[in-house]
Design a protein around this ligand. Structure first.
Ligand code: ATP
Ligand code: MG
Length: 400
């Protein structure tokens, strides 16, 4: 048998998809798969029975392609699979090759037929191929916890055989659900919230409020590092940097300390909303989680929502800090988030923020502020930076 050359076999969860959404889902997924691998040698894509095939038969580095594909939202799993004609002999030949250089105390065959009129059932295939493996190596069958699982997928025109599939993020391909603007602090939560939205198919525009020159530019550096990392999930990102220090200074002049946090948040939301519209986003996203800090009580969340003219999505609302932290570690954002920095919210922030404010109290606190002017100054002072993956360094785009 000639040298084995794999294809990339991509599984996605189509069960959760409504019929009409499926072609759109696949279009976005195919585009993102191409984009995620665009700096590697070109890959051809093909659709077969609820799977996508990446033709890697002449590719110099199939493993590199697989490692990119496992980070494409919408991908349930990806494997480097070997394509053979659908005869038992051909399946055996490739299995023989696959097990040649491995030792494993136990194994199982997992055969599936996407093509139900194939003359053998999955159970018959499992038995016959399992017996074949047992003849060649000292191992035993273990259906529950096999050391090696050999997958055999029979399609109408061909069969794919593979081991070691790797899990993808699942969810929906980025772009399939539209665009949101995520308020990105330098903290642990908001990068995770951004990623959750990407996983539900959203393209994320990042908005970061900083207090330069009142504070050093550390928070901007963290925001850049976070956006750089998260861009590998959506390929193109924009980071909008908004000067907020001067606005905070004005707030401090007229707003009593306990009301400031909610007033800051409402200003952030108004500015973010204007920027969101400009960049085609239909909703805002924050990393808020219920009850985590004073500004995240139900009544304060209500006051923040009242300042917004578009939905504010809070994907972490029901998560514990521990769960959020675990996800941040998995994503690699945690290390960046815990770098020490003086967030703009540590500037001019009272020791005891109000946990319950009525509409009336917020209205009174804002009465002496010129809200439209403050919002305009934030928007006018904003600058946009662009990020790309793969390759490409952040480029200055000038003013927002
Ligand atoms: P995080 O870890 O995301 O900073 P947190 O638990 O520290 O969240 P807060 O500081 O109260 O909570 O912020 C709540 C949310 O408000 C953040 O998740 C983020 O979406 C937004 N936010 C806070 N500060 C900023 C900022 N400087 N720039 C942009 N968004 C911010
Ligand atoms: Mg924070």
């Amino acid at each position: 048998m000639a040298r084995l050359r794999p294809v990339g076999l991509v599984h996605y969860h189509e069960l959760g998809l409504k019929r009409g959404n499926r072609p759109l889902f696949l279009r976005h997924l195919a585009r993102n798969l191409r984009r995620a691998t665009s700096d590697l040698a070109p890959v051809k894509l093909r659709q077969v029975s609820g799977r996508l095939l990446l033709d890697l038969e002449d590719h110099p580095d199939p493993a590199a392609v697989r490692d990119r594909v496992r980070r494409v939202c919408g991908v349930a799993s990806v494997a480097l699979a070997y394509r053979v004609v659908s005869t038992v002999d051909a399946m055996k030949a490739v299995i023989a090759k696959l097990i040649e250089e491995r030792t494993f105390a136990s194994f199982r065959i997992t055969a599936r037929r996407a093509f139900k009129t194939y003359p053998m059932t999955s159970v018959e295939l499992n038995r016959e191929l399992g017996a074949f493996v047992l003849e060649r190596v000292a191992s035993r069958v273990d259906l529950r916890h096999p050391e090696l699982e050999i997958h055999v997928e029979v399609m109408p025109a061909e069969t794919f055989v593979y081991v070691d599939p790797v899990g993808g993020p699942g969810g929906l391909p980025v772009g399939a659900s539209g665009t949101v603007a995520t308020l990105l602090s330098g903290g642990i939560d908001s990068p995770v919230a951004a990623w959750r939205m990407m996983k539900r198919g959203c393209r994320v525009v990042f908005v970061h409020f900083h207090s330069v020159p009142y504070l050093p530019p550390t928070s901007q550096a963290k925001a850049r590092a976070l956006v750089g990392l998260l861009t590998q999930w959506q390929y193109d990102s924009k980071l909008v940097l908004v000067p907020f220090g001067e606005i905070q200074r004005e707030v401090v002049l007229t707003v009593p300390p306990p009301a400031r946090v909610v007033v800051y948040r409402r200003l952030m939301v108004r500015i973010a909303e204007t920027l969101a519209r400009k960049h085609g986003a239909a909703a805002l996203t924050t990393g808020e989680s219920l009850g985590q800090v004073a500004s995240q009580t139900l009544s304060n969340i209500a006051r923040i929502d009242e300042a917004a003219g578009m939905p504010i999505l809070r994907p972490l609302i029901g998560m514990d800090k521990l769960e959020i932290t675990e996800e941040a570690r998995r994503l690699g954002t945690f290390e960046i988030s815990v770098e020490p920095d003086a967030d703009c919210c540590t500037l001019f922030v009272p020791k005891h923020p109000a946990t319950r404010m009525s509409e009336h109290e917020v209205g009174a606190a804002e009465a002496r502020l010129e809200i439209p002017r403050l919002v305009a100054s934030g928007c006018d002072g904003a600058s946009v930076e662009a990020f790309e993956f793969p390759a490409g360094a952040p480029a200055e785009l000038g003013s927002a």
